[in-house]
Ligand binder design. Structure first.
Ligand SMILES: Cc1cc2nc3c(=O)[nH]c(=O)nc-3n(C[C@H](O)[C@H](O)[C@H](O)COP(=O)(O)OP(=O)(O)OC[C@H]3O[C@@H](n4cnc5c(N)ncnc54)[C@H](O)[C@@H]3O)c2cc1C
Length: 378
């Protein structure tokens, strides 16, 4: 395991300043900021961000992207999440689907999807989890049968974030029997969420909002040119794809705005010693995790594959996000000054209801620790 100390260069600090300026101009001051990546779907915002050059940053220019470094992408993501910007439309396609297409997609798929993703106009969901297959993804039961010109898929996916708004999802499914090796015979197919036979139904969150869905696939036809990667290589592809989901600023910044708005709304005159200790402790933890996450981005730019480090950062980062809720809650119970109705109080209420999901999405804490432990013993 290796985390090198790193700081932002002058050019990287300039990029950060430019993004801050853009966000200050684009985002209304009186809005309620989002808590992390479960942010509002705002196609107009995604398009403007793309026009500024900050979507598709990891996509090479020949596919309509910007060919920027992982650290540049880190900087932009950190600013967007700290501002609670409405990134819901493009975020998953940009973070996850685009690198998967670059690694495994056909030239036609890259030429078709990547410029659209870079323009903030093509949005993807992730079709992995099923009612009885979450951590143990190799037990997926959704299956695809060979038909004339393509595949016919049947099955049910759950927890499919944004499927009611997005255009496509990459479905992990069984294309041939396991025959003793559960990881064999799996494939990824790109399914148009508007196809006949696709039924998307909401699974409401505890707070009543709609992000999750159940997606029923009933004899959905997928043409051969929408097979993602090799038929039968789905397991290797999905595990490599999951690495893009881990370690970025989206894994430690979900509750950053609780801290930020507490400080902004309460001001130093209201903060007693106990609250000051909480803010100080969280700020120190935040800075440490941020440095680890930045070190992973720098390692990626140096051509290393820091999968174990990424799993560790997600574990630390998501537990930090929950710790922020826990400690800010103790402060809120004794707080003086602006209370009910403040943005801090509204964000805290939302965070209490949605916080438990942070250590589940993208791989649970227990599963990530298994990955880190296996990596350490190699
Ligand atoms: C906010 C959110 C958004 C999501 N969005 C999507 C999405 O868009 N697309 C998608 O496909 N999925 C999505 N998911 C699903 C997510 O990936 C799964 O919830 C996650 O992988 C865990 O699977 P599970 O819920 O079936 O729990 P299970 O796998 O049933 O796990 C239950 C418990 O058992 C533990 N456990 C399981 N296996 C082991 C093991 N081997 N060792 C030790 N402990 C173990 C787990 O850590 C957990 O505590 C989302 C989840 C959340 C919370």
């Amino acid at each position: 395991m290796r985390f090198d100390t790193t700081v932002l260069s002058p050019a990287e600090l300039d990029l950060r300043a430019a993004v801050r300026e853009f966000l200050a101009a684009e985002l209304p001051e009186d809005r309620i900021p989002a808590l992390g990546m479960a942010a509002e779907h705002d196609p107009a915002f995604s398009r403007k961000l793309a026009a500024a050059g900050w979507v598709g940053m990891a996509i090479p220019p020949e596919y309509g992207g910007r060919g920027r470094s992982a650290v540049d992408r880190f900087i932009v993501t950190e600013e967007l999440l700290s501002a609670g910007a409405p990134i819901g439309a493009h975020f998953v396609a940009d973070r996850q689907t685009a690198p998967t297409l670059l690694s495994f997609g056909t030239e036609e798929q890259r030429k078709y999807f990547l410029p659209r993703i870079s323009a903030g106009e093509c949005w993807f969901s992730l079709g992995m989890s099923e009612p009885d297959a979450g951590s143990d993804l190799a037990s997926v039961r959704t299956s695809a049968k060979r038909v004339d010109g393509g595949w016919s898929i049947n099955g049910t996916k759950v927890w499919t974030s944004g499927a009611h708004l997005n255009h496509y999802f990459a479905v992990l499914c069984r294309t041939s029997p396991a025959n003793g090796d559960r990881h064999a015979g799996l494939s990824q197919l790109i399914v148009d969420l508007g196809s006949p036979g696709v039924k998307v139904s909401p699974i409401p969150y505890l707070n009543g909002t709609h992000s999750f869905n159940e997606v029923l696939l009933d004899d959905v036809f997928v043409p051969d040119d929408m097979v993602l990667g090799e038929v039968g290589s789905g397991w290797a592809q999905v595990t490599s794809e999951l690495a893009y989901e881990r370690s970025g600023p989206d894994r430690f910044l979900s509750t950053f705005n609780l801290l930020r708005y507490f400080i902004a709304e309460h001001g130093a005159e209201y903060v007693d010693d106990a609250a000051a200790r909480v803010v100080g402790t969280l700020s120190a933890h935040f800075w440490t995790i941020r440095q680890l996450s930045l070190a992973v981005a720098r390692a990626l730019d140096e051509g290393r594959a820091p999968a174990v480090e990424a799993a560790l950062v997600k574990d630390l980062g998501t537990r930090f996000e929950q710790r922020v809720i826990e400690l800010m809650r103790t402060v809120a119970e004794t707080e003086v000054g602006p209370g009910e109705g403040s943005i801090f109080q509204r964000l805290l209420a939302e965070a209490i209801l949605t916080g438990p999901t942070f250590t589940l999405r993208g791989g649970t804490t227990e599963v990530l620790r298994s990955i880190a432990a296996r990596g350490l013993t190699r």
